[in-house]
Ligand binder design. Structure first.
Ligand SMILES: [Zn+2]
Length: 264
């Protein structure tokens, strides 16, 4: 008779993710399964200490006997991502000649000539797409509310800090949490050409914006500015939303939405 297993509780899964650095303990890959180091059929319970993260390849090796439980135990004692201090780079499968970027309900669709910079703060593109030899290369930098970088995409290579509270891929969505039910970043990857930022903080040299599913929000002491619902479609603006304070140059590249702001 087939045994019915109880599900692993969400809190236990999270504890395992945190301990393992949000990736396979052997190679750091961000897609993984929860593996019982000592087989479930023997222990018959889900204890965080006996669970680890293995990517499908390394999990299959263990199941086939090509990687021993002791080897997995050793990797679990010093997980790959924990040793590195950040996740092993994952290459996103972007390509083609059109880029579709959506940030806080603002969409930017561009037939790629050279470059698209949908969000620029104080002269620094924080989301950028470029083409090279027919490849679409996405770059972005996301921050926490204090302005520390938590996640980078560098020419399609995704990496995140393992010091974050929780990071999880749920199908094609990457969700970063700073506490229980507090989402810090949410990005939906839809290769070959689309990326949607539903939640994030972006920051550069004294200027910060918050992104929600509805808007890009800039707050000052006097009030707030919401940028939402814009659709920038294939017009000759390499830059989308550009916010610049009085201490920085506007820049020469044409922008669809140019917002000079005052700090302080
Ligand atoms: Zn692996």
């Amino acid at each position: 008779m087939r045994e019915i297993r109880a599900k692993i509780e969400a809190a236990i899964k999270r504890e395992v993710r945190q301990r393992c650095g949000f990736g396979c303990v052997v190679c750091g890959k961000p897609f993984y399964e929860y593996d019982h180091i000592n087989e479930y059929s023997k222990v018959k319970e889900h204890e965080a200490d006996n669970l680890t993260l293995l990517c499908p390849d390394h999990h299959a090796e263990k199941t086939r006997g090509l990687r021993s439980a002791d080897q997995v135990r050793d990797a679990n004692a010093a997980p790959f991502n924990r040793r590195m201090g950040s996740s092993s780079p994952y290459r996103l499968a972007y390509g083609g000649t059109v880029s579709k970027v959506s940030i806080g309900s603002n969409s930017f669709v561009q037939t790629m000539g050279s470059i698209s910079e949908p969000l620029v703060l104080n002269g620094e593109p924080l989301v950028r797409v470029r083409t090279e030899s027919g490849n679409l290369l996405v770059s972005a930098r996301l921050f926490d509310a204090s302005g520390a970088v938590i996640l980078t995409i560098d020419d399609n290579e995704l990496k995140y800090d393992t010091g974050i509270w929780d990071v999880e891929f749920v199908s094609d969505r990457l969700i970063v949490r700073e506490a229980h039910r507090k989402i810090l970043a949410k990005i939906v990857f839809s290769p070959p050409d689309s990326i949607t930022v539903e939640r994030a903080h972006f920051s550069h040299e004294g200027l910060s914006v918050q992104v929600t599913a509805r808007e890009i929000l800039y707050r000052t002491k006097r009030g707030k500015l919401s940028i939402s619902g814009n659709s920038v479609l294939d017009i000759p603006y390499p830059r989308g939303v550009v916010l610049t304070d009085e201490n920085h140059e506007l820049g020469s590249l044409p922008a669809a939405i140019n917002v000079p702001v005052r700090v302080g």
